[in-house]
Write a protein that binds this ligand. Structure first.
Ligand code: 13P
Ligand code: SF4
Length: 317
């Protein structure tokens, strides 16, 4: 068992004491560092984090993830204080879809239903009919008639994936995640040569050629669940490498190999925004009660409807 340094131990003690003092719940996405995942009260994919936030009794929520996750929690719980350890933790995918440009896109397709991925700003959600996550996008799109006119934003890869599964022709916003677009087919195939029994797990934000290599495509929670149930002993994981911490914890007898990005010598692919959060910043935000997420009230009211619609359309099974 790894021996933790006294410094980390005392940081954790401070965080737990502050959490109790504030009556806070700490939530973490699977892409957070292992030490943040381990101290969190709730850990999940973006769908689970939204669902849990909506029902928490705590007055204070600390969202260890990226800004759109904090915004979603604040929109669902406007009376609560939602803290984020680092307010600079953004998302390249959300940034690829500015609300003013998305508004023009929506206005140029007046008779279309607007479906937006949760990785968007509150301003984009306010222009949306129903929000989806990678965990429920297929299920929610399929609630609409086969020939329904739909625009889908901002992730072209997730949108293409849903179009290919359903035979639909949703009109896609041309956005993408800089982390998931960086996986290299050559490097994944090279890993597969060295681990022929390994199954390849792919997040739907990856490009179509990478998805074609997949034994399983799904959200972080779907991939985690698959590793629990699969008979395979080895997995090549093509999503942000933070998820591997939970996979190893839950299946210690299995081997998880991170898929590397194309353009670097690093062996795994990390989201620099997710990794801005640290234990120190988590302690400081609980101590200072800042940075707190704020959403313009008018936008929050409009953005809440499509998030609630998503929760209605994807009840917990
Ligand atoms: P999940 O929906 O799998 O949590 O993914 C969120 C995300 O940001 C993927 O990059
Ligand atoms: Fe955004 Fe990509 Fe980071 Fe997910 S991995 S938070 S989509 S930048």
């Amino acid at each position: 068992m790894a021996v933790e340094t006294p410094c980390i131990d005392s940081l954790k003690k401070d965080i737990i004491a502050l959490k109790e003092k504030r009556g806070a719940a700490i939530m973490a996405h699977y892409y957070q560092t292992p030490e943040i995942q381990d101290i969190a009260d709730y850990i999940g994919d973006s769908l689970a984090l939204a669902r849990i936030a909506a029902t928490l009794p705590n007055e204070v929520i600390v969202m260890c993830g990226v800004h759109f996750m904090g915004e979603t929690a604040k929109i669902l719980c406007p009376e609560k204080i939602v803290l984020e350890p680092d307010s600079e933790a953004g998302c390249s995918l959300a940034d690829s879809c500015p609300a003013d440009e998305f508004k023009k896109f929506v206005e140029s397709h007046p008779d279309h239903t607007v479906i937006s991925y949760v990785n968007t700003s509150a301003g984009v959600k306010a222009l949306t009919d129903v929000v989806v996550t990678s965990g429920n996008a297929l299920q929610i799109v399929e609630t609409f008639d086969k020939d329904a006119k739909i625009i889908f934003g901002p992730d072209r890869n997730l949108g293409n994936y849903i179009n290919s599964l359903t035979g639909r022709k949703m009109i896609l916003w041309d956005g993408a995640c800089h982390v998931h677009e960086k996986f290299s087919i050559e490097k994944i195939l090279d890993l597969k040569k060295r681990h022929p029994q390994a199954e390849i797990l792919v997040h739907p934000e990856c490009t179509a050629p990478v998805r074609m290599l997949a034994d399983k495509t799904g959200s972080t929670a779907v991939l985690l669940d698959y590793t629990r149930k699969s008979k395979a002993k080895e997995f090549i994981v093509a999503t942000e490498s933070g998820i591997i911490h939970q996979m190893r914890k839950e299946c210690p007898d299995k081997i998880f190999i991170p898929a590397p990005p194309a353009d670097s010598t690093c062996s795994c692919n990390e989201c620099s925004f997710m990794k801005l959060n640290t234990l120190e910043k988590l302690r400081d935000c609980l101590c200072d009660m800042t940075p707190a997420v704020e959403v313009d009230e008018e936008i929050a009211v409009k953005a809440r409807r499509p998030i609630e619609k998503m929760l209605e359309l994807s009840p917990v099974k």
